[in-house]
Write a new protein. Structure first.
Length: 163
């Protein structure tokens, strides 16, 4: 990994399956994502293919947890060839995760809404924060079930294991 670490601090919410039509006014950008977890003793090591309008971008990410809502994150853009090579060390105990991600601005924050094909009644909403006391708000169209920021069961890494 070539890029230096930055601290990722985010709030993650389990939400009712959203009415995507009602969110169009926020001009969301849709990405189709394939996420594969690699065998790692260091932290959560994954590769991701992100598709937008038929164009693929590939990433390699290593997350080393500080606590359940904060981690050191190292991320690099990689080539399609590197992605295919890294798939060879995919963790056999974890399934690939496929999701549609809708990214949009609300207030002063960028929100990420993740829709999974294995859920038809719920989804995730993530908000990256600058600090632990950073203020944010959630659009009224989104109905929060629970703040799962500190619940490891709702990390994508665990979803890949349990799906």
């Amino acid at each position: 990994m070539n890029n230096p670490s930055h601290i990722e601090l985010e709030k993650k919410f389990l939400i009712e399956y959203p009415d995507l039509e009602s969110l169009k006014k926020y001009n969301p950008i849709k990405y189709e994502i394939e996420q594969i977890y690699l065998v790692s003793d260091v932290g959560s090591h994954r590769i991701r293919r992100r598709t937008h309008f038929g164009i693929d971008t590939y990433f390699q990410t290593l997350k080393i947890r500080i606590n359940n809502s904060k981690c050191h994150e190292y991320e690099d853009v990689i080539s399609a060839e590197e992605y295919e090579t890294l798939k060879l060390i995919a963790d056999p105990e974890k399934h690939p995760i496929y999701k549609d991600r809708y990214v949009f601005s609300y207030g002063s924050k960028v929100l990420e809404l993740d829709i999974f094909p294995f859920w038809n009644d719920k989804a995730f909403l993530e908000i990256e924060l600058e600090s632990e006391d950073d203020e944010y708000s959630i659009p009224p169209e989104i109905k929060v079930i629970e703040d799962v920021s500190d619940n490891p069961d709702y990390k994508n890494n665990n979803l890949a294991r349990n799906k």
